[in-house]
Design a protein around this ligand. Structure first.
Ligand SMILES: C[S@@+](CC[C@H](N)C(=O)[O-])C[C@H]1O[C@@H](n2cnc3c(N)ncnc32)[C@H](O)[C@@H]1O
Length: 279
């Protein structure tokens, strides 16, 4: 198929190729031929909303003003699927093993956690709930900070608002009651994260491909379900950079279908997609 058709705009082979290269260069995300319909769906919304005549016209704008268009474009192209306590065994590991260990060993009473593809916030809020629940009254004597970053500015706005549609199966009922307040009136189907967890988290825009302004070291880095979109070279570069930013003994946590590939040699595999930087 050389062209995809929808409404009355066509996505030519040439424009699709340009978009794939542009996405790879600016986000690291690899888009193969199988993603053509997805690209078409996501970008034709931009074409409609902004009254472009064609994909070619939009590609021209990306060429001439990549900076000005970057946020809007990237926000349209990213996949942000996430949920509270997704891959719960990682949070169980924090509760049962890592947080007790940090509480016992860290003389400076500082805990630093980086959630490096935080999407709409469910992951960093799950980390925050786990921390508050595990540390209970000890928390007031400790300096705990969770940095939540993502390339997509829309999801970061949602994350920092901390407002979610209420559903029964969002998270354990006890956690929802303890850490979220329910909306009233026209907001009665929404819940909002309470300050007890919000105050632990800072949301910031960060492209994993770019320079990272923070110096670390981090005790735990979550990088879940994002490197799956990158090629091996980008993945390896990131693993080395995570390694450098982790404290000796710190954890790198990946998503369920992700692995460290040849960088495995630098880490100990201590659980399902949980890796420790040796001390
Ligand atoms: C599928 S979500 C995963 C969310 C969460 N970590 C989880 O496992 O539930 C992937 C996230 O990675 C972000 N992302 C994609 N490329 C990125 C990049 N180059 N730098 C930072 N974040 C990126 C997307 O915006 C998206 O929110």
């Amino acid at each position: 198929m050389s062209q995809a058709r929808g409404d009355n705009v066509l996505l030519s082979e040439k424009d699709f190729k340009f978009i794939c290269e542009f996405v790879y260069e600016h986000t690291g995300i690899v888009l193969g031929a199988s993603k053509r319909e997805m690209v078409y769906r996501r970008l034709s919304r931009i074409i409609r909303e902004r009254d472009f005549d064609s994909f070619t016209q939009y590609c021209q704008l990306l060429r001439t003003d990549p900076k000005g268009e970057m946020d809007y474009f990237v926000n349209s192209i990213t996949t942000n699927l996430t949920s509270f306590f997704r891959e719960n065994h990682h949070f169980e590991y924090l509760t049962n093993t890592e947080l007790p260990k940090l509480l016992k060993n860290k003389k400076d009473k500082k805990i630093r956690i980086w959630c490096s593809a935080s999407s709409t916030g469910e992951e960093p809020y799950s980390i925050a709930m786990t921390v508050v629940d595990s540390m209970s009254e000890k928390l007031s004597n400790w300096d705990v900070k969770i940095l939540a970053t993502d390339i997509d500015s829309n999801v970061l706005t949602k994350g920092s608002e901390g407002i979610y549609p209420d559903k029964d199966d969002l998270m354990p009922a006890e956690f929802k009651k303890r850490f979220f307040s329910s909306g009233t009136g026209q907001n009665n189907k929404l819940i909002k994260a309470k300050s007890s967890i919000r105050n632990l988290i800072t949301f910031k825009q960060l492209n994993l491909l770019h320079e990272w302004p923070m110096k670390g070291p981090f005790d735990v880095i979550f990088c879940r379900n994002v490197i799956i979109y990158f090629d091996k070279e980008t993945q390896n570069d990131l693993f080395i950079r995570f390694y450098e930013l982790l404290t000796p003994g710190g954890l790198l946590i990946l998503g369920h279908s992700e692995n460290l590939g040849k960088c495995q040699q630098h880490f100990e595999n201590i659980g399902r997609t949980i890796f420790r930087k040796p001390v």
